[in-house]
Write a protein that binds this ligand. Structure first.
Ligand code: MLT
Length: 414
């Protein structure tokens, strides 16, 4: 009989978001009249910017004529998109990233999991806690961990707690680690990293020969000019970091699929015997072998995100979602909740009322307010007692959700 990858059996329950979906489906089936507001998964709600739609339509029309038809594209992405990314996301801010260091893909979640193909099985891996579950689960699947303990923490992973107690600033690991996952603006807490914080990590990585996997999927939501959007703003980062970014949240591509990963040419990894190899070469090899590129119309759509019209429309979208974040932050604070994030990120992270676990608060909001959020404990043990609300929604729903929570608080059943 065919043998399975037994590492999958170590995984806890279901992946967080499908698990929430399952509970919501059951609730809706039992309460078909309930008008449920979904603020759980960070999925965009607004239509694509018209500049992007126009570019995609034109690209589809090109496919209809033999003169302009295109088959397989370059696996790493078309030059027009890689150039646009390099110029607009990096070079115009004085950050050195060349177009051929950019690998276009179908999502940061996919890249985050796929990147493990090029790393060995004996790296010590550090993650923040709470953490975007993909970083942990993909390492479990790859056999990089032991079993989970009662708190859901896997043996062999190094967890760095980020809570209100340490002002969401992780302590550097006390033991040397080889791979460090960082995500800023942070999912799920919505907090950001300062230059000083990232510099500390870059120094740590230089000293310990570690590699930072930097997830900057929410970079576009940073409005504070003092807050770095890219790890490559930090001197020395090109030698120690990989950065992942996405069009999902800023340009509304969650259903369209386009993202990219930046692998600087200087970044090296080592064999067991100490021989150094360029990570760029390995990733290029992996990408070309297992991926055939993002579709042409989608890449043209992503390119249009950098046109003058596209940029203006995307800024409007970001302002729209960030207004929701502001309403949530201010509204919940006024109701007496302790609220974090939501200033340079589309998530607010709230402390659940005393003695209420994250999942109890989830059930309360769902049953009493018909609101779906994400329980903090689903992101890790240190997320217990916290709850995430997403600002990706309509203004109407955001306002309605706040009113329902206010009514529930006023009724004394907070
Ligand atoms: C989230 O809600 O954390 C994200 O939408 C998940 C994702 O981007 O994959």
């Amino acid at each position: 009989m065919a043998r399975i990858n037994e590492n999958f059996l170590k995984l806890q329950a279901g992946y967080l978001f499908p698990e929430i979906g399952r509970r919501v489906k059951a609730f809706c089936a039992a309460n078909p009249e309930a008008d449920v507001i979904k603020m759980g998964i960070g999925d965009v709600t607004q239509p694509l910017p018209s500049a992007i739609i126009k570019a995609m339509h034109t690209a589809v029309d090109e496919m209809a004529s033999s003169e302009t038809f295109r088959g397989y594209g370059p696996e790493q992405g078309y030059g027009f998109l890689r150039e646009a990314i390099a110029k607009n996301d990096y070079q115009q801010f004085g950050i050195q990233v060349d177009a051929d260091e950019i690998f276009v893909s179908d999502g940061s979640k996919c890249d985050g999991g796929n990147i493990l193909d090029i790393f060995g099985d004996d790296n010590r891996i550090a993650v923040l806690d709470p953490v975007y579950p993909v970083y942990v689960d993909t390492n479990v699947m790859a056999g990089h961990t032991g079993p989970a303990d009662d708190n859901g923490r896997y043996e062999k992973l190094v967890y760095m707690a980020v809570t209100a107690e340490n002002n969401f600033e992780p302590e550097l690991p006390s033991e040397p680690v080889d791979i460090i996952y960082l995500c800023y603006p942070n999912n799920p807490t919505g907090v950001v990293a300062t230059h000083a914080m990232l510099s500390k990590w870059v120094e740590y990585a230089e000293k310990n020969n570690s590699i930072i996997l930097y997830d900057a999927a929410y970079a576009a939501f940073v409005s504070d000019p003092e807050i770095p959007r890219s790890i490559f703003e930090i001197p020395g980062a090109r030698k120690v970091a990989i950065e992942m970014r996405s069009f999902s949240k800023n340009a509304g591509f969650t259903g369209i699929r386009c993202a990219f990963t930046v692998v600087p040419k200087e970044l090296m990894g080592s064999t067991k015997s100490g021989e150094q190899h360029a990570i760029h070469t390995l990733w290029n090899r992996r990408h070309c072998t297992k991926f055939n590129g993002v579709s042409y119309p989608v890449q043209r759509g992503a390119e249009a995100a950098y046109s003058e019209e596209g940029k203006a429309q995307i800024n409007e979208l970001i302002d729209f979602y960030m207004n929701n974040a502001k309403l949530l932050r201010e509204g919940l604070t006024a109701m007496g909740f302790e609220v974090f994030g939501g200033e340079n990120a589309p998530y607010v992270w709230i402390k659940t009322p005393a003695e209420t676990t994250s999942w109890e608060f989830f059930d309360h909001l769902l049953e009493k307010c018909h609101i779906v959020g994400t329980p903090g404990s689903g992101f890790g043990a240190a997320g217990e007692g916290y709850f995430r609300l997403s600002a990706f929604n309509s203004l109407e729903n955001t306002e309605a959700a706040l009113k329902r929570i206010q009514d529930s608080v006023s009724a004394g059943i907070q």
